[in-house]
Ligand binder design. Structure first.
Ligand code: B3K
Ligand code: ZN
Length: 850
């Protein structure tokens, strides 16, 4: 905790750096509690700057010596950095500082994980390593010498020399300090190579600790090579160093980090074997490896001018990794998966106290803005832009972006200008997507008269914190029309909604058609489009757009859930019959059928109730979801065993999309069957499983029906040596617990010898699962709230970033009944009142309390 009141930083206050850096030489003398960092930094005045004030960021550093052009100086040092007088001409600043990696439990800067040294510098971790202008618009060429009593010593760029106990690295590409990385450890490499399109022979390595992890690298390596090839083929971007290193680290605050030439990964985001990882894990690993690799161009070669521009690299890179996964695994299912994430997490964020624009206007702690809004809504903006200008223009604009801005620290304005220059399109209104928070609601109404069909689209964006007034946005609405037999009358076209309300007409129709609106989820908006069960069923059965077929089923399900909640009615047969037809349609790929068969989450139902002006009761929602699941299982009773059998995948396990799709559908069916057969089939699947997907799905099905008393301890005994699998064991018990038990199950797990809050994966396994168990977290006793608050208070001094992230579990507090509100507010207030709360958590709790 700094001694100053947290300071708010504003986008509008941006000023250019006073000094630029030409080169940086760093020497690290590694020691667990007393690492020395010796720096030599060549500065020059920035001709474009207004000020000549010299300030270097630095936190938690012990300054030993400092010189300018060889002359000892005594700088003015505070808790956040140093200042001193400097020449108004190029000069060399040198310093030696001491830091304590072992004490760094925040996992930001240089820290230790299982005896290994590693770094995390984005966003502002480099200032915990040495004194430096730690801002992304200062880019420099780094040369690094690492000395340490460890066999493997890595840094960015290419290796230039090494000997016993030391190694030197040089990165020829100027980069901001947030992309700096260093690793030292007793590691082994899974090696391969890639020859780039321009003939560069690149050594590829995935570094892990010796032992079981060595057997978990092959898939990640394949994903890396596929990503390198894809970026060459689709974006014309080749790799630019002689070596690309990935290191797996157990203690890591997020998924992975794109440091130049030395990506550092949470082990959960890179290590996988068929026995220990699920299909979902494999897909996630492939996507994260691609994401970090793609950052080499969108993020590293072209970086951000300041942290307000974060979506410039993150939105674009997420969009690129989504395209990649679509190409690898199928676009329709990927689009549905992405919409699920967006609706579940981003719409939630956008509708609560944490709502912020994709490009925020201010922040206190930038690490709090690595959000679903910046990432996923940021990616949606790129997708809309591509849809509006078309594929060819998109490619032209991207080529221009790389050509014009290579080596720059760029802004959103630069990005949009490239599209304007490449296409001639005025994007002034479109740019509102970056500055206006909140999810637009698009209302769809229609009339039919004398052969003319009129579609009226209206838009409204609700107020969000600090933004009471919203202007109409440019919303691309892809749509088509079907007739009553399900035949397509009008193929997909993109309507551009630019005003508060607009009408679109279609002439020459015989009867009133059935509209299919927002195909392919063409904009991140909420549709208000009342349709009858029969119309939705028709779209579910016949729409040519896969996304809207799925969405029609989902809307039907949500309507059924709301009706059941309202008056306990039996589910509409249009829904049950529609599901049955999709399930039996062998022409539809299994992954798609599995998605259709999955009910909206309880969280989604809660949000749907809020949208309809009601107060959600999580307990009643859980009960209704369970009742509908049983109805579905009964209705499909005769079909389920046949589909289950048909989804059997024979032969050795591979995580390809087709096999994974079959397992996904088979396991959806298994969960339904277990509602009727007392877990017979699941018990058998558990006993026979030879891969983690099948094993964990069977265990989950058993736990969900209150069984699994033998399997749960057997699972722990089998996997106690594997921390990633044990994370699943911890999480599953909480996510599958009944609402009444979830908090006590979580509390008991925190007393397990393998529970530790120093490892973010383990902490998230328990408490992320508690949040995901909606009715359990919101149990009327308030036990879920109290438990999470207790643990966040304990975690904050150890790891502020993870605490600040997990506190978002409380961000929906205002939507609940008075009793729950009082309890949630009380838990939040208790956190807020904790002495010495970190800046990260202080900002979050203040915003959530509103
Ligand atoms: N750029 C990093 C995220 C850094 C998070 C800092 N708190 C990973 C990524 O988006 O690829
Ligand atoms: Zn990223």
């Amino acid at each position: 905790m700094s001694n100053h009141a947290p300071q708010t930083i504003y986008l509008k206050d941006y000023t250019a750096p006073a000094f630029l850096v030409d080169s940086v030489h760093l020497t690290f003398k590694l020691a667990p509690t007393t690492t020395r960092v010796i720096s030599r930094i060549a500065f020059r005045p920035n001709p474009d700057a207004q000020s000549r004030d010299f300030f270097l960021h630095g936190e938690k550093l012990r300054l030993i010596t400092a010189t300018i052009d060889g002359q000892a100086i005594t700088p003015d040092v505070t808790a956040s950095g140093l200042t001193c007088l400097v020449p108004d001409a190029p000069f060399v600043f040198e310093a030696e500082v001491e830091i304590n990696p072992e004490a760094n439990t925040a996992l930001d800067g240089l820290y230790m994980s299982n005896g290994m040294y590693c770094t995390q510098c984005e966003a502002e971790g480099f200032r915990k390593i040495t004194y430096y202008p730690d801002r992304p618009d200062v880019m420099a060429v780094f040369t690094v010498r690492v000395e340490g009593d460890l066999p493997v010593l890595l840094s960015n760029g290419n290796p230039i020399a090494k000997g016993d106990g030391w190694a030197e690295w040089h990165d020829p590409w100027p980069k901001p300090a947030y992309l700096f990385a260093l690793v030292g450890g007793d590691l082994v490499n899974h090696a391969d190579q890639f020859i780039t399109v321009d003939g560069r022979d690149v050594a590829l390595n995935i570094w892990v600790r010796p032992g079981d992890d060595e057997k978990k690298c092959a898939f990640g390596m394949g994903a890396l090579k596929a990503s390198m090839k894809w970026d060459e083929e689709v974006y014309g971007r080749a790799y630019d160093l002689d070596i690309f290193n990935i290191v797996a680290v157990d203690d890591f605050n997020m998924g992975a980090m794109e440091n130049k030439g030395l990506n550092i990964f949470n082990s959960s985001a890179v290590l996988a074997s068929p026995e220990t990882a699920t299909d979902a894990n494999f897909e996630r690993i492939e996507a994260i490896i691609a994401h970090e690799y793609f950052h080499n161009w969108t993020g590293n070669r072209i970086t951000c001018r300041d942290w307000f521009q974060l979506c410039l690299k993150e939105g674009l890179t997420v969009f690129r990794d989504q395209q990649f996964t679509g190409d690898m695994r199928g676009h329709a299912v990927k689009r549905i998966d992405d919409a699920l994430v967006l609706r579940a997490h981003q719409f939630r964020e956008d509708s609560g106290p944490l709502a912020h624009p994709v490009r925020p206007a201010s922040f206190v702690e930038i690490n709090n803005f690595y959000t679903v809004t910046v990432y996923e809504k940021g990616a949606e903006i790129i997708g809309m832009l591509k849809r509006l200008v078309g594929d060819n223009s998109y490619q032209k604009a991207l080529d221009l972006y790389f050509e014009r801005h290579d080596g720059d620290a760029a802004t959103i304005e630069d990005w949009l200008q490239v599209f304007t220059d490449a296409t001639g399109r005025d994007l002034t209104q479109f740019a509102l997507w970056y500055s206006q928070a909140g999810t637009p609601r698009v209302t769809v109404r229609d009339t039919f008269n004398d052969g003319t069909y009129t579609l009226t689209l209206s838009q409204d964006t609700p107020l969000t914190p600090g933004q009471p007034d919203k202007a109409p946005m440019l919303i691309p609405v892809a749509m088509g029309l079907l007739d009553h037999t399900g035949k397509e009358l009008v193929a997909t076209q993109v309507l551009e909604l630019t005003q508060a309300s607009q009408t679109f007409t279609f002439e020459g129709l015989e009867n009133k058609p059935i509209p299919s609106v927002l195909r392919d989820f063409s904009a991140p908006v909420i549709l208000d489009h009342p349709q009858t069960a029969a119309e939705r069923a028709l779209l579910l059965a016949h729409d040519t757009d896969r996304f809207n077929r799925w969405d029609a089923g989902r809307n039907l399900a949500q309507d059924v859930l709301l009706a059941m909640l309202h008056d306990d009615t039996a589910p509409d047969s249009a829904f049950l019959d529609g599901l049955a037809a999709v399930l039996r349609d062998d022409d539809l790929d299994p992954a798609f059928r599995a998605l259709v068969l999955t009910l909206p989450s309880q969280e989604d139902t809660a949000q749907a109730l809020v949208d309809a002006g009601h107060t959600p009761d999580p307990t009643a929602i859980a009960r209704t979801h369970e009742a509908l699941t049983v109805h579905i299982a009964q209705h499909l009773q005769d079909t389920l065993p046949r589909i289950y059998a048909a989804m059997t995948v024979t032969g050795a396990y591979t995580p390809d999309a087709i096999s994974a799709g079959k397992r996904a559908l088979g396991n959806r069916v298994l969960a339904l069957m277990s509602k009727l057969d007392g877990g017979k089939q699941a018990t058998q699947q558990y006993a026979q499983a030879d891969n983690m997907t099948q094993q964990i799905a069977a265990l989950a099905a058993l736990l969900k029906i209150g069984k699994g008393a033998d399997e749960l301890p057997a699972f722990a005994a089998q996997w106690q040596h594997d921390r990633l699998v044990m994370d699943k064991w911890f999480g599953l018990q909480v996510s599958c617990a009944s609402p009444d038990d979830a908090a006590s199950v979580a509390a008991k797990l925190t007393t397990h010898p393998a529970f530790t809050m120093k490892n973010p994966n383990r902490f998230r396994a328990v408490f992320g699962a508690l949040k995901a168990n909606t009715a359990g977290f919101h149990a009327p006793t308030g036990a879920g709230y109290d438990l999470l608050a207790d643990w966040l208070i304990k975690l904050d001094p150890i790891n502020p970033q993870t605490t600040a992230r997990m506190i978002t579990s409380f961000d929906t507090w205002k939507r609940y009944d008075a009793d729950r509100q009082v309890k949630m507010r009380g838990a939040l207030q208790r956190i807020a009142d904790t002495p010495n709360l970190s800046r990260d958590t202080t900002e979050m709790v203040t915003r959530i309390l509103g």
